[in-house]
Design a protein around this ligand. Structure first.
Ligand code: NDP
Ligand code: AKG
Ligand code: MG
Length: 423
């Protein structure tokens, strides 16, 4: 996009620091003092974002003894943007342009009303910046309360397709001229006879493409290779949605064969391939989505990297997070070929907004992924150490406290500080 930074209307570019850039081979060029844009977020975003900054600044200072520093640059979206720009501007153009120009950013959650009102700004950011991978790692931290018998067995990384599917919001309200027109077309020109109540029907479209599927599955398999993981599972509902979810499964296997040399295992459909870096076998398999939701509870050790469609990925993310303490510590990243935007798995939790109460661990761990993405591994390790030690001491926010005996109840900001103090 290449905006002229002097032209920003409301974004204030920090005096110090410079931009991260992307090299021709797609590696990052990270200066010692990068400028990182952040969106504070609606609701509890105002609580967790400052707590995240406390922990991250402490990790960077400790890891690099003052030689590296993040210069935070606030950019606006959601309710805050409507106060700063105007009442109708929820996602300013200059926010999109800054997130793209500065390459790596982090955001708090943004509210989406149910039924009517604006469409999701979170989805809009992913679509407009083509952040097609939603990567959500799920692991257990020792001491975190869990409903699982063996929570350490839960160690999975979800690769959720982030740009397509019914989630993209191509839909029309019942009774609208558009819904009526589409239903008429389907019935009269496409031979559709099974729309049960055509006069009263809202209708949505579920686009799933070969390219969209393959670019996601490619990243999932590459991650499996790079991190020496055992398997990659395609999760779909292809028995029912044959040409969308079923095709996702077929294209996923096809990509594994074409680009990674995978071959049928015991006659297929599962496949096997060698990790080119370690020589270890990797199993490429698939599971139907409803069965997967029971598998991750009963046999979590058998699942590792997961590639799935947008809506399935949304459901599986929260379900898996619940197995290792809840969405209060569930991190994530939205990634394109050139831009990465880190964000928690959860939403704005409006009933807790502004109470300095919720768990900022989700956004702190999202920032940990961001530091690793930048190559600042030492700082990332310190974030993990700070989290592990704070939790091991029983210094936790309300969500863990209510499930633990003898824990110390911390506020959101206090947990951010506890992570910093325990590095
Ligand atoms: N990427 C994004 O920005 C996302 C935005 N949203 C949006 O957020 C809004 C609210 O959605 P909702 O369905 O209530 O889901 P939320 O994820 O916001 O909250 C659901 C519940 O999860 C728990 N929770 C959430 N965040 C934390 C935290 N940081 N620490 C501890 N517990 C937490 C709370 O559980 P308990 O009540 O048990 O304490 C909370 O009531 C909606 O407008 C939705 O569209 C939703 C998801 C993602
Ligand atoms: O955009 C939203 O409001 C919800 C998004 C969501 O639940 C998710 O991405 O996990
Ligand atoms: Mg979700």
């Amino acid at each position: 996009m290449g905006a002229n930074h002097a032209d920003y209307q409301h974004i204030v570019v920090p005096e110090g620091g410079s931009r991260i850039t992307v090299n021709a081979d797609k590696t990052l060029n990270v200066p010692h003092e990068p400028i990182i844009p952040y969106i504070e977020g609606d609701g509890t975003g105002t609580d967790i974002t400052p707590a995240m900054k406390i922990a991250v600044d402490a990790a960077v200072a400790k890891a690099y003894g003052g030689e590296r520093k993040i210069h935070w640059m606030e950019v606006y979206a959601g309710e805050k943007a409507t106060g700063i720009y105007d009442a109708d501007t929820w996602l300013p153009e200059e926010t999109l342009s800054a997130v793209e120009d500065y390459v790596v950013s982090i955001k708090g959650p943004l509210t989406t009303p149910v039924s009517g009102g604006i469409r999701s700004l979170n989805v809009a950011l992913r679509q407009k910046l083509d952040l097609y991978v939603c990567q959500r790692p799920v692991r257990w931290f020792k001491g975190v309360p869990s409903p699982m018998k063996k929570p350490a067995d839960v160690d999975m990384v979800i690769f959720r397709e982030n740009s397509e599917d019914i989630y993209a919001g191509v839909e029309w309200q019942a009774g609208s001229a558009e819904a009526d027109k589409l239903i008429k077309f389907l019935r009269e020109e496409m031979g559709v006879t099974n729309i049960r109540f055509p006069e009263q029907c809202g209708i949505g479209v579920k686009p799933v493409s070969e390219e969209g599927t393959k670019r996601l599955v490619r990243q999932a398999i590459q991650y499996t290779i790079d991190n020496d993981r055992d398997s990659m599972t395609l999760v779909h509902k292809g028995n029912i949605m044959k040409f969308t979810e079923g095709s996702f499964k077929n294209w996923g296997y096809e990509l594994a064969a074409e680009e990674f040399g995978a071959e049928p295992l015991d006659g297929g459909p599962w496949m096997t391939m060698k990790n080119p870096k370690t020589g270890k076998d990797i199993v490429i398999k698939d599971v139907i989505a409803d069965a997967m939701l029971q598998q991750i509870l009963l046999r979590p050790a058998e699942y590792d990297v997961i590639a799935t469609l947008n809506l399935n990925g949304d459901y599986i993310s929260d379900a898996l997070a619940a197995e290792v303490g809840g969405i209060g510590i569930a991190p994530g990243a939205n990634i394109s070929d050139s831009v990465a935007m880190f964000e928690a798995t959860h939403g704005t939790a409006p009933k807790y907004a502004g109470q300095d109460k919720v768990n900022p661990g989700s956004l702190i761990l999202s920032a940990e992924m961001m530091l690793r993405y930048m190559g600042w591994t030492e700082a990332a390790e310190l974030v993990i150490k700070g989290m592990e030690k704070a939790i091991a001491k029983g210094e936790v926010t309300y969500d863990f406290h209510r499930q633990m005996d003898n824990a110390v109840l911390l506020k959101c900001s206090e947990f951010g500080q506890a992570v910093a103090d325990n590095m």
